[in-house]
Each structure stands twice: as structure tokens, then as C-alpha cells.
Design a protein around this ligand. Structure first.
Ligand SMILES: [Zn+2]
Length: 326
């Protein structure tokens, strides 16, 4: 594995390779962005490239030398991973790495410490880490990873090179599912389209068997008519009361309107999330104006914002069902 095997994040990879080339590697990084998009994998590859014994001129790991081999087996003494023990990362974990960081790396040029979910450090741990960040040492590199960087003390963030990671593109998630999980193109595309750019979310959706739920929602959406209140109430009640399920349902409906708009504008059916349901998408595209579709998409987003605030779910969903353009 090397930088070339990472899905997406081309800009961040280029920046990291450039810092290795220019010998201007920072002593602390913060990789932030939504969960399960490959931040930790990339941190590991960066650590590997730094210590590779025969890195190529793109400053990428060879994957073959003894340093790379150890890194791949997670047995490199100078590559340390820290994660939460239960709910928190505790001070003991930070003290332990501080002890090790007092000495030169044992085998490699650099010692890298990757702290996953760094926002889970409790106050004591964060204060202890701050001391390390204030007194950087020559051959140690800290990489903090977080999907909630706003929960980290500003004093910590300001001492790190902050690299923001965007959600992955639908295309990158699709490629991952096809190449790494052996899923079919169509299913991968659907899961990717509903994943919000997170590989982890796409895999969760696969487990939850999104296909059956999507079929139900689409049927109800097809049947919904402005002058038939029962059809609208049926659509609203199908979401249930579980927030996660509601979010899924709203994402599914949103993906249908998104597809209808894309098809209206491009006439291409191969870039649709729901390409297997083309007749339905086409029907929506024929029936609704672009303006009505856009209104629907923003209504769905507002509905989710309201539900997140713990307002009456049934009422909010029913109001949405009555307001959508069909
Ligand atoms: Zn190597």
C-alpha cells in the first residue's frame, strides 16, 4: 500500500509529499473531517513514507523494505497509534508516549505518534499533550485525527498544522466498494450516493439493508398526491421514530430529487445515484420544474435540521409530506 492506494484526498497527499521533498515536515498535524474517509489510513501512509528506506522520488513508501513491511504489520517500533480506552483518551496514554519521545527513534528517521479521535482526550490528557506540543523535539511527529475538531482546545489546534479533509466524492466511495469490497457497480453507486462521502457510512448502510427501505419509500413517494391526504400521511409515517432511520429516509428522497434535477439538466442516466430506478426518476424529472425540485431538496434539508433539534418528529414529517411538490 502507498499514497497511490488512498481513495480521494489528492490535495492533502500532494501537500504531505511536498513537505517530505522539501524536508519541511511539521512536528504536529491535525487531520480533521467527517468519520471514516481515510484520514487514519493516510496518516499511516505518511508515517510509512517518512521512514521508508527506499522511497521513490515521489516521496512515497516502497512497501517492500523492512521499515515498510513492519509498518504494514503494525509492528514498527517508531510508529505508535493511540486511541480511546472506552470513552476517553486518558493521561496515562499521553504520559507513556511522552516518555518514549524523550529518546531518539529506535529504528527509523522519525517517530510518528498517531492519535485517533484526538477530541476524546480528557482535560488532563489534553493539558499533558499541550506541553509536548509546546516543546517540539527534532525527530517526533504527532498526528491528531478528529471528526470533531471544535471539541479540541484552541491551544492545541493552534500548535498543529491543520489539514481539513472533505467528504469523499461519490466516485471515490464507489471505487472503494467495488475494488476493496467486491460489490457490484450499481449497489456501490447507490450506497456511495447515500453515504455523504464516508466509506464507513456506506458500509453501515449496506449492513442495514437500505435497499428494502428505499423501495418502500420510493413506492410511497410515487403514490403521494397533493389531493390525497392519506397518501401523504402514509409517506410521513413510514419514517418511524428512530432518528437514524429518519435521516436515511430523508437522504433517499433527497437523492431521488437530486437525480431528477441532474437528469433534467444533463439527460445522462449513468451518473444517477438511483440509476436502477430510472423510470421513476425520469417521471419526477418530467413532472416537476427545476425550481420545484430545488424547493423540495431544501425542504428536506430543513426538515432534518428541525428533527435534529428534537422537535415533534411526527408533526415535522407530516408537514414536510404536505409541503413537498409531487
Ligand atoms: Zn519502504
Amino acid at each position: 500500500m502507498s499514497f497511490l492506494d488512498i481513495y480521494g484526498h489528492e490535495r492533502q497527499i500532494a501537500i504531505l509529499q511536498k513537505t517530505i521533498a522539501q524536508k519541511r515536515v511539521g512536528h504536529a498535524y491535525l487531520f480533521s473531517g467527517i468519520n471514516a474517509t481515510g484520514k487514519k489510513t493516510l496518516a499511516g501512509e505518511f508515517a510509512k513514507a517518512l521512514n521508508c528506506e527506499q522511497a521513490d522520488n515521489h516521496h512515497d513508501a516502497c512497501g517492500k523494505c523492512s521499515s515498510c513491511q513492519k509498518a504494514q504489520h503494525l509492528s514498527h517500533v517508531d510508529m505508535i497509534f493511540i486511541e480511546a480506552d472506552g470513552q476517553f483518551i486518558r493521561i496515562n496514554a499521553i504520559r507513556e508516549i511522552q516518555e518514549r519521545m524523550k529518546f531518539k527513534p529506535l529504528e527509523g528517521r522519525w517517530r510518528t505518534v498517531i492519535i485517533d479521535d484526538a477530541d476524546k482526550m480528557n482535560d488532563h490528557a489534553a493539558n499533558a499533550l499541550l506541553k509536548t506540543l509546546e516543546e517540539p523535539s527534532a525527530s517526533n511527529i504527532l498526528i491528531l485525527i478528529s471528526s470533531r475538531p471544535y471539541s479540541l482546545p484552541a491551544t492545541i489546534i493552534s500548535r498543529c498544522r491543520h489539514m481539513r479533509f472533505n467528504p469523499l466524492t461519490t466516485n471515490a466511495v464507489t471505487r472503494y466498494l467495488v475494488e476493496q469490497k467486491g460489490m457490484g457497480e450499481q449497489k456501490s453507486g447507490l450506497l456511495a450516493g447515500l453515504s455523504g462521502g464516508s466509506i464507513g457510512r456506506a458500509l453501515e448502510l449496506d449492513q442495514e439493508d437500505i435497499t428494502a427501505f428505499r423501495a418502500e419509500i420510493m413506492q410511497l413517494l410515487m403514490n403521494a398526491k397533493k389531493d390525497d391526504p392519506i397518501s401523504l400521511l402514509n409517506l410521513a409515517s413510514n419514517f418511524g421514530q428512530d432518528k437514524k432511520k429518519i435521516k436515511q429516509g430523508l437522504d433517499i428522497i433527497s437523492s431521488c430529487f437530486r437525480d431528477a434535477l441532474v437528469f433534467k439538466e444533463t439527460r445522462k442516466d449513468e451518473i444517477l445515484i438511483n440509476s436502477d430506478k430510472f423510470p421513476f426518476i425520469n417521471q419526477l424529472a418530467q413532472k416537476l420544474s427545476a425550481e420545484h425540485i430545488i424547493q423540495n431538496i431544501s425542504l428536506l434539508a430543513r426538515t432534518w435540521e428541525t428533527i435534529e433539534l428534537n422537535v415533534n418528529k411526527t408533526l415535522t414529517l407530516e408537514t414536510m409530506a404536505f409541503k413537498l411538490n409531487y
